[in-house]
Design a protein. Structure first.
Length: 584
C-alpha cells in the first residue's frame, strides 16, 4: 500500500519517538509476558495521551515508500513547516535526547525500533516524557546500535529484568531501554521503565513483591471510559485525556485548529484509523463533560434529509442544524445575498509598526468625513427584517450549503465560485412571502428603485430579472436559493432522491479531485492580485500562503479524491466519522 496515514496521528508518533532518537536493546534472556495481554496492560498510569499501532513497522514502511512523502519533503508546505516554532522546538528536544542516548535521532534509528504491535504513552507534553513498548524479535534488538553501546549506560533492575539508564548532565534528560523477550521498551524516565517491567513481571506471575499501588493506564478513568465508548481498535488508535491536555500552554500554542473553547466541552477522546486500498476511515469518539440528549433530534433528521439535495459533481457541501436565526441567515447572506459585504475575520496578530519620517495621512484622505459615522453596509436592519421574520415564522431547523467552482471564459483565466443554499422549515414555505423578503434584502445593493429586483418565472423556479443572478424555488418545507442555474436545477432534480444515512447533526463533503486545479488557479490571484509576489526573495523568502503553501499540500495529497465527515450526537458523546477516498 502506497498511501499516507492520517498526518496528525503519524506525526505525533514520529515526533514523540523519532525526534527522541532512541533505539531499543535488551538483555539476552528475560521473562516474556503473556502474548494475549494488550500492551496497554504494561503502561503505568498517569499518561495524558496513548497511541497504539496494530503494526507500526508496516505503517512506517508505507510512509517511507509512499509518493506522498517524497512530494511533501520538497513542497512549500514542508518548507514552511520546517521553519515553524513547533518543529524547531522538537528539534531542540531531539538534540537533548540524542545527547542523552549517544545516538542521532534519525529515520534509520526509528526504523530499527519499529516492531509490529506497538504502544506509546505520553506523560508530559512539554518535556516529551514517554514510554514506548513494541513487539520485536529479540535477535533484532541485539543488533541495534543502542545495544552495542550499552556499556556507556548504567545498569538497573526492575521486576527481575535488567534495563539500562543514561542521563545528559546538561539538560537532565534521561534515556532508559530494556528488552523482555520479544518486547522492546524505551522510556525517557527511569520510574516509567521500572513500572512497566514490574507490571510485566506481575502479569507473568514472577513478581510477588510488586507495589500494590502500581496501576496501569487501563485503570485511569479517562482511558477506560474512552476505550469502552469506542468500537474495535483500528490500525492506529489514539486516546487523549483532554482535561489535562487542553489547559496545557503547549496545546494552546500549537493546536492548529485553535478551537480551545470547543475542546473544553470534552473530557477525553479516542480516534481509530482504519486503512484499505480504497479509503482511510477515521472513527472519533469525544466524551462530553455534561451529557446531552441521548436520542437523535428532529433537527438531525432534517440535516440528513437535506443531504439528498446535493447535486452530482458538487465541489463542496455542508449540512448542519440552525440553533438560531442568525446561524441560518449568516451563511445565506455571505455566500449568496451580499457576498461582497462579508465582514473580515478578526485578526489574531498585532498590527505591524510602519516606520516613516513622521507624515500622518495622505491627500486621498481629504474626502474622508470625520464628523459623521461611517456608512453602514447596504443591508441594514430594515431590509433584513422581512427575511428574518419568515425564517423565524417557519422555524428553520437546518441548512444545506453547496459550492462549486467553474471556468466560464473561453481562455480559462477566471474561476467563478457558485453557491446554493437550502433551508428546511417546520412547515411549507409561502413562496410569495419568500420572494418578497429576498427582493427587499438585495434591493439596497442592486438599485435605488425597483429595477432588477423583479422575479420572472423559469422552468421550475424564479429568477431576478436584472443583471444579478439569483434564483429561488419552494418545494414544501424546503426553500432553495442559488446564483447558478445548474446548481438549483440539480437540487430540484434530487427532491425524490433517497439517501441511506443515519440521523446526523453535521454532514460535509469535499471533492478534492474536482476542485484542486481550480483552487490553485484562484489562489494565485488571491495571493498576488497585482501579478507580483509579496513573499520576498532569496533564502528568507516565505512561500505564499494559498498559492504555494496550501497548494503544495493539495498537490502532495492529489491521490485523495474526496473527503467526507459525518457528526452524530449520542447523548454523552459526540461521534465523528471522517472518510478519505483514494483515486489510486
Amino acid at each position: 500500500m502506497k498511501k499516507l496515514p492520517v498526518l496528525v496521528m503519524l506525526l505525533i508518533t514520529v515526533a514523540a519517538i523519532g525526534l527522541a532518537g532512541m533505539r531499543l536493546g535488551g538483555s539476552a534472556y528475560q521473562l516474556t509476558p503473556s502474548p494475549e495481554q494488550p500492551l496497554s496492560h504494561f503502561l503505568p498510569g498517569g499518561a495524558v495521551l496513548f497511541l497504539q499501532a496494530r503494526d507500526f513497522s508496516s505503517l512506517l514502511a508505507d510512509w517511507n515508500r509512499s509518493p506522498e512523502k517524497q512530494a511533501w519533503l520538497v513542497s512549500s508546505n514542508y518548507e514552511v513547516f520546517s521553519r515553524s516554532r513547533l518543529l524547531l522546538r522538537l528539534r531542540d528536544a531531539g538534540k537533548q535526547f540524542a545527547s542523552a542516548a549517544g545516538l542521532p535521532p534519525d529515520m534509520d534509528f526509528l526504523n530499527q525500533v519499529a516492531g509490529s504491535q506497538s504502544a506509546l504513552a505520553l506523560y508530559d507534553i512539554g518535556k516529551l516524557q514517554f514510554l514506548y513498548i513494541t513487539r520485536l524479535a529479540s535477535a533484532n534488538s541485539m543488533q541495534s546500535q543502542l545495544w552495542q553501546t550499552r556499556s556507556k549506560f548504567e545498569s538497573r533492575s526492575a521486576g527481575g529484568t535488567t534495563f539500562y539508564l543514561r542521563r545528559d548532565p546538561e539538560s537532565g534528560r534521561e534515556v532508559a531501554f530494556a528488552a523482555n523477550g520479544d518486547y522492546l521498551l524505551l522510556s525517557t524516565r527511569e520510574d516509567l521503565m521500572a513500572g512497566a517491567l514490574q507490571l510485566m513481571a506481575a502479569n507473568a506471575g514472577h513478581d510477588s513483591t510488586q507495589d500494590p499501588e502500581m496501576r496501569n493506564i487501563e485503570t485511569d478513568s479517562w482511558w477506560s471510559q474512552s476505550a469502552a465508548a469506542a468500537g474495535p481498535a483500528g490500525d492506529l488508535r489514539m486516546i487523549m485525556n483532554l482535561e489535562k491536555i487542553v489547559p496545557s500552554p503547549y496545546f494552546r500554542s500549537y493546536w492548529v485548529q485553535q478551537n480551545i473553547t470547543d475542546m473544553k466541552e470534552y473530557s477525553s477522546a479516542v480516534s481509530d484509523l482504519f486503512r484499505s486500498k480504497q479509503e482511510y476511515r477515521e472513527e472519533r469518539v469525544l466524551l462530553k463533560r455534561a451529557a446531552g440528549s441521548a436520542s437523535a433530534s428532529d433537527q438531525s433528521d432534517d440535516v440528513t434529509d437535506l443531504v439528498r439535495l446535493v447535486p452530482e459533481g458538487t465541489g463542496f457541501y455542508q449540512a448542519e442544524g440552525c440553533p438560531s436565526i442568525e446561524s441560518c441567515l449568516d451563511p445565506l447572506e455571505t455566500s449568496l445575498l451580499t457576498p461582497q459585504l462579508a465582514a473580515a475575520p478578526a485578526g489574531q496578530l498585532a498590527p505591524q509598526a510602519q516606520l516613516t519620517s513622521g507624515e500622518t495621512g495622505a491627500t486621498s484622505d481629504l474626502e474622508t468625513r470625520i464628523d459623521q459615522k461611517p456608512e453602514q453596509g447596504a443591508t441594514d436592519s430594515k431590509s433584513s427584517s422581512a427575511l428574518k421574520t419568515i425564517l423565524r415564522t417557519n422555524q428553520v431547523s437546518s441548512i444545506l450549503q453547496v459550492r462549486s467552482t467553474e471556468r466560464r471564459d473561453k481562455n480559462g483565466v477566471f474561476v467563478n465560485i457558485h453557491s446554493a443554499v437550502s433551508l428546511a422549515g417546520s412547515s411549507d414555505w409561502d413562496e410569495v412571502d419568500a420572494r418578497r423578503a429576498l427582493a427587499e434584502f438585495v434591493r439596497p445593493i442592486l438599485t435605488a428603485s425597483q429595477l432588477g429586483v423583479g422575479w420572472r418565472q423559469m422552468n421550475g423556479y424564479y429568477e431576478l430579472d436584472g443583471l444579478r443572478t439569483l434564483s429561488m424555488a419552494v418545494r414544501g418545507k424546503y426553500l432553495l436559493i442559488s446564483d447558478d442555474e445548474a446548481l438549483i436545477n440539480g437540487m430540484l432534480a434530487n427532491m425524490n432522491r433517497k439517501v441511506d444515512l443515519k440521523p446526523a447533526e453535521f454532514v460535509a463533503g469535499f471533492d478534492h479531485r474536482r476542485e484542486r486545479q481550480n483552487f490553485v488557479r484562484l489562489a494565485a490571484v488571491v495571493d498576488r492580485p497585482d501579478g507580483n509576489g509579496s513573499g520576498g526573495v532569496g533564502p528568507e523568502r516565505q512561500p505564499q500562503f494559498f498559492s504555494e503553501n496550501i497548494a503544495s499540500l493539495s498537490s502532495t495529497l492529489s491521490g485523495i479524491s474526496s473527503e467526507k465527515i459525518v457528526v452524530r450526537n449520542a447523548g454523552d458523546r459526540l461521534l465523528q466519522t471522517v472518510t478519505y477516498e483514494w483515486s489510486h
